[in-house]
Design a protein around this ligand. Structure first.
Ligand SMILES: [Zn+2]
Ligand SMILES: [Zn+2]
Length: 276
């Protein structure tokens, strides 16, 4: 397969691979039909008509990848659960955390990190790059450079000492030193596993809703950022029947199939185009 590319000004950008399977192709054709009604073309790494569009009708629903947070309250429920089920005071995790904190205080690394974070002149920039947030080392000032050197040494010592403290606690407790270091020796982790097996985001949560659903067959598609990227399907999609039905629905319903503008967001890719 030829790598796809787009021209952005005078920069030619090679796009990441996207799935060319029949379902992805069908979803892009449906997207293109909706885009004709709105003039809102998501365009970026996902390619032309690659993001999906917003649609709500008895025939099918479509929505773009959702960038936001949980809107069903699960995160609050989860936080509350954890607040109600703290680890026991003598749980391995709690004891280890206590010893780490004592070392961090005593060795001065905690104060060092707080000072770096509080001082804008240190210029530890974070920038958003193609792979998410990263620290830019290039713009460090001389003061920042010195702080970084001091911190690096403190950090190396801290890692060594934390490892030693962990091993020591394993030995004290008669545990296998190769076990996971945040081993929970009270009931909290067990209770959490049981609780979170049943509890999760509600099906109506923006994080749970499928990006595409054909209502008559129940076929659902979910993708990550753009169509064809880590697609997940529920049920079987009968192409080209479903495609034909959806395209006819768009043609018939026109703009009335587009849900309220407040629920829709542009698919502008928040990630910048990576350099060549
Ligand atoms: Zn949720
Ligand atoms: Zn515990």
């Amino acid at each position: 397969m030829e790598p796809r590319s787009i021209n952005m000004g005078d920069v030619q950008v090679v796009l990441p691979e996207r799935s060319e399977d029949q379902t992805s192709g069908g979803l892009r054709r449906i997207t293109a039909a909706i885009e004709k009604l709105t003039d809102d073309r998501g365009f970026g790494l996902g390619g032309e008509s690659g993001y999906g569009a917003y649609w709500e009708s008895p025939v099918f629903s479509m929505r773009r990848f959702y960038w936001g947070d949980c809107d069903c309250g699960f995160e609050d429920r989860s936080e509350r659960w954890h607040a109600d089920h703290p680890h026991a005071d003598d749980c391995f995790q709690i004891e280890l955390r206590r010893r780490f904190a004592a070392y961090d205080l005593e060795s001065g690394i905690a104060a060092l990190e707080a000072a770096i974070r509080a001082d804008d002149a240190m210029e530890y920039h974070t920038e958003t790059g193609p792979f998410g947030e990263m620290v830019s080392w290039s713009k460090r000032t001389a003061k920042g450079e010195a702080a970084h050197k001091a911190w690096s040494e403190a950090y190396d010592n801290q890692r060594k000492e934390h490892r030693r403290l962990t091993e020591q606690l394993y030995i004290e407790r008669g545990m296998d030193p190769k076990a996971y270091q945040w081993f929970c020796t009270c009931d909290t982790d067990k209770l959490a596993a049981a609780y979170f097996e049943k509890e999760g985001h509600y099906p109506t949560c923006a994080l749970s809703l499928p990006n595409f659903r054909h209502h008559a067959t129940g076929f659902e598609a979910r993708w990550y950022k753009w169509i064809g990227r880590d697609n997940e399907y529920v049920g079987e999609c009968i192409w080209p029947d479903v495609l034909r039905e959806c395209l006819a629905d768009v043609a018939e319903r026109g703009r009335s199939g587009i849900p309220n503008a407040t629920q829709t967001a542009s698919a502008e890719d928040p990630e910048p185009i990576p350099p060549r």
